[in-house]
Design a protein around this ligand. Structure first.
Ligand code: PMP
Length: 396
């Protein structure tokens, strides 16, 4: 029965990770995948807020019975309040719990397909997994240029042109903040322009929120665009992941929100989301959602969580500043100021394929093929070696 199954090659990053795992060089640096690491290089770090929530769940164990079909209600409500604020009360948002950000995007794609939207505009470069996820449900992909390699800023003209030329019933999949892989986000002014461009156009924005809080250190500030689009009376979707900003990666905790203009449609839309989820997954995992619910709804834990998120921001911001200073001190050819402007975990270093390979083969420094660096993988004990190696591959 299975003789016709060809091998499905893993994404290129897996090759790099495998090579990295085998490398015995004591100076090895791993800045490949997008997980937070502490100053000690610890990726299993648990936020103090999460630790406390887990303790509470241990003392007052809610058990493991099925939850509601739409997910853990307090988690969903808390997630709505987090990003929509006061507007959450209006009843214009239909939401269910999902299998983290990836699951949220998948439900978004399935839902949109069910209403006749199956064309997606992606900014290039963007998260690599968007492509197979959309293709696997028969969606059409169109690209515009997200990033300008020369200026290290967004290529807004390209987005503008793409929106102007887009046919009705197109979706634009846009990351909210801490863009993966470029670390460069749309400004408030650019979000205002996006809002104007899509107005009355039968174009839906799908906002992917995977790094909320890491761009500015403030969840409230980072979620501004969501409330702005809401105020402008748009219909749009938000796919929310708590993998990074609660460090709940493997607990698979996320939510999908569909923002409607007409509150009367909410029950229908929510029931459609539940039906899609039921077909594919039945119930969403509860443990991470219960932790999340505590962080979102308990005033005390919410404050601690805010500090946890800020401390991630603070650490990566500090490291970026140090990288800039060190590369400058080493008289590395080029202007490296853009590293200080990168938002969130990622810095799009601009190293070309050959330089990325040299970093790997000559210095045991592993990053994504496109030159993306997870800044959290750099700390005071490896930053000098990291900058030294960049200086070498750029100079010679
Ligand atoms: N969107 C983006 C842009 C991401 O970088 C990621 C994680 N790498 C996700 C969504 C989904 O993450 P998860 O499914 O782990 O929540």
């Amino acid at each position: 029965a299975f003789t016709e199954v060809p091998y499905s090659a893993p994404e290129p990053l897996v090759k790099v990770l495998n090579k990295c795992a085998k490398d015995q060089n004591p100076n090895k640096i791993d800045v490949t995948i997008g997980v937070y690491m502490t100053e000690d290089g610890d990726s299993s770090y648990v936020f103090p807020s999460v630790k406390q929530a887990k303790q509470e769940l241990l003392v007052k164990d809610p058990g493991h019975c099925y939850t509601k079909m739409s997910g853990v209600p307090e988690f969903i409500r808390g997630s709505q309040n987090l990003i929509f604020g006061e507007y959450a009360k209006d009843g214009r948002v239909a939401s269910i719990q999902t299998i983290s950000g990836t699951g949220s995007l998948h439900i978004a794609f399935q839902f949109l397909r069910s209403i006749g939207y199956n064309r997606y505009y992606l900014g290039n470069p963007s998260w690599v997994n968007y492509y197979p996820m959309i293709e696997s449900i028969g969606g059409e992909i169109k690209e515009y240029q997200y990033y300008d390699n020369l200026t290290h800023e967004v290529d807004f003209e390209s987005l503008e042109k793409a929106i102007r030329e887009a046919e009705p019933q197109s979706a634009f999949l846009i990351q909210l903040c801490g863009h993966n892989p470029t670390g460069v986000d749309y400004s408030k002014d650019q979000w205002r322009q996006i809002s104007k461009l899509v107005k009355n156009r039968e174009i839906l924005l799908v906002i992917d929120s995977a790094y909320l809080g890491f761009a500015s250190g403030s969840i409230y500030e980072d979620s501004w665009a969501i409330r702005y689009l809401y105020e402008q009376n748009h219909e749009f979707l938000v796919c929310q992941s708590y993998s990074k900003n609660m460090g709940l990666y493997s607990e698979r905790s996320g939510v999908i929100h569909v923002v409607l203009q007409d509150t009367r449609l909410r029950d229908n839309v929510e029931s459609r989301l539940v039906a899609i989820f039921r077909n594919e997954c039945s119930f969403a995992p509860a443990y991470g959602a219960r932790i999340g619910a505590k962080l979102l709804n308990d005033d005390y834990l919410n404050k601690i969580w805010g500090k946890d998120v800020y401390s991630v921001y603070e650490r990566v911001t500090n490291i970026k500043r140090q990288i800039f200073n060190k590369l400058t001190d080493l008289e590395t050819p080029g202007n490296w100021e853009f590293v200080t402007k990168a938002k969130g975990l990622f810095w799009f270093s601009g190293l070309d394929k050959n330089q990325v390979n040299r970093m790997m083969n000559e210095y045991s420094i592993y990053m994504s093929e496109n030159g993306r660096v997870n800044i959290a993988g750099i700390n005071s004990s490896n930053i000098d070696y990291f900058c030294y190696a960049i200086n070498k591959v750029v100079s010679q």
